[in-house]
Ligand binder design. Structure first.
Ligand code: ZN
Ligand code: ZN
Length: 337
């Protein structure tokens, strides 16, 4: 089968690999669509923590079950999306129903080879059959689930004013789920074009120029009360650290993006607000199911958000374009026949 391998940072290569065959409890999925994620871009750029090369990237995947090993009940021909987080089922996190932060987690395309290829074998528990969604919608479920998980972490309600820091695909997902929960949403973003996009497509309450005086802009948009929830989707040290100063008293901060750095903040600022600081990692089946129902009932839309597409044979040249910010990619997907 054909596969695209990230040999080292900055180098993708077409290669031939053996088509895998499913072991007991596994299914063979013929890949139909691959969402390109920040994780893929950071792995290619060499800035992704927890990463080894060479690696087949790609963890936002949908396809069709083509064969299965012993003991599998899902029928061949089923259209599925893949939950790319393989958890151990036994560690402290798994026992406490938090498999998304399993101590021994293996994420497809990160810790083990992913789906930038024609076929993958995964445990049956990693595939979810879904009818009524396109393969492209199913491929980006994972990305949206990350945003849905962050919103669930903060238990957002209609009483909240939520600041989303960074209008990349994860931020845009979080934005839609926060709005779905009834909250008022403000977006802070460096690029004017993206701020405009959020106003036009998602009718956000306001936008903030992340390069300007963020505190003053937020104060104006919230009558001096500040956002009750800040969700960081930038992975930018300065944006993450300043969240403590830009939060409403009694508010919550959720760090979704991970940054390879130590963070520091002023403790009196943190304490006087009785800040709740939450990490958000991956997502769980509950989040995936929430995304699927939100796509089906139209509460979340991917059309404005999937800006670029390519065929698998064009993956490498397309990917090299998509990593450049000037290409204006929000979300790109790669389609297979
Ligand atoms: Zn992703
Ligand atoms: Zn575990």
């Amino acid at each position: 089968m054909k596969a695209v391998v990230c040999i080292k940072p900055g180098l993708l290569q077409n290669s031939e690999k053996d088509k895998p065959s499913p072991k007991q409890g596994e299914v063979l999925v013929k890949i139909k669509s691959i969402g390109i994620c920040g994780t893929d871009i950071h792995a290619y750029g060499g800035s992704q923590p927890f990463f080894e090369y060479p690696r087949v990237l790609g963890h936002e995947l949908s396809g069709v079950v083509e064969a299965s090993g012993e003991g599998v009940s899902i029928a061949n021909g089923s259209s599925v999306y893949i939950i790319p987080y393989m958890s151990c089922g036994q560690c402290i996190a798994c026992r406490n129903e938090k498999p998304n932060c399993c101590t021994d987690i293996a994420v497809l395309g990160v810790h083990r080879d992913g789906g930038m290829c024609e076929y993958v074998c995964v445990p049956e528990s990693a595939v979810v059959k879904t009818d009524g969604l396109s393969f492209n919608e199913m491929a980006v479920i994972e990305c949206l689930a990350i945003g849905a998980h962050a919103v669930r972490r903060a238990q957002i309600t209609e009483k909240d004013t939520v600041l989303i820091q960074g209008a990349g695909p994860i931020g845009l997902g979080a934005l839609q789920f926060a709005q779905g929960a009834g909250a008022k949403v403000i977006v802070s973003e460096v690029f004017e074009q993206k701020r405009q996009f959020c106003k036009e497509q998602y009718k956000v309450h306001g936008t903030v120029d992340a390069l300007g005086d963020v505190n003053a802009q937020l104060s104006e948009l919230t009558q001096g009360e500040f956002p009750t929830v800040i969700i960081d989707c930038t992975g930018n040290v300065k944006a993450m650290e300043s969240a403590v100063n830009n939060l409403a008293h009694g508010g919550k901060i959720v760090f979704v993006s991970v940054v390879k750095a130590a963070l520091s903040f002023d403790d009196p600022e943190f304490h006087k607000r009785e800040t709740t600081l939450l990490g958000s990692r991956n997502a769980t089946l509950e989040d995936f199911e929430h995304v699927v129902s939100s796509l089906k009932n139209g509460k979340v839309r991917i059309e404005p958000f999937v800006t670029h597409k390519a065929k698998f044979s064009e993956l490498i040249p397309a990917f090299k374009e998509w990593v450049k910010p000037e290409t204006g990619v929000i979300k790109a997907v790669v389609e297979l026949d």
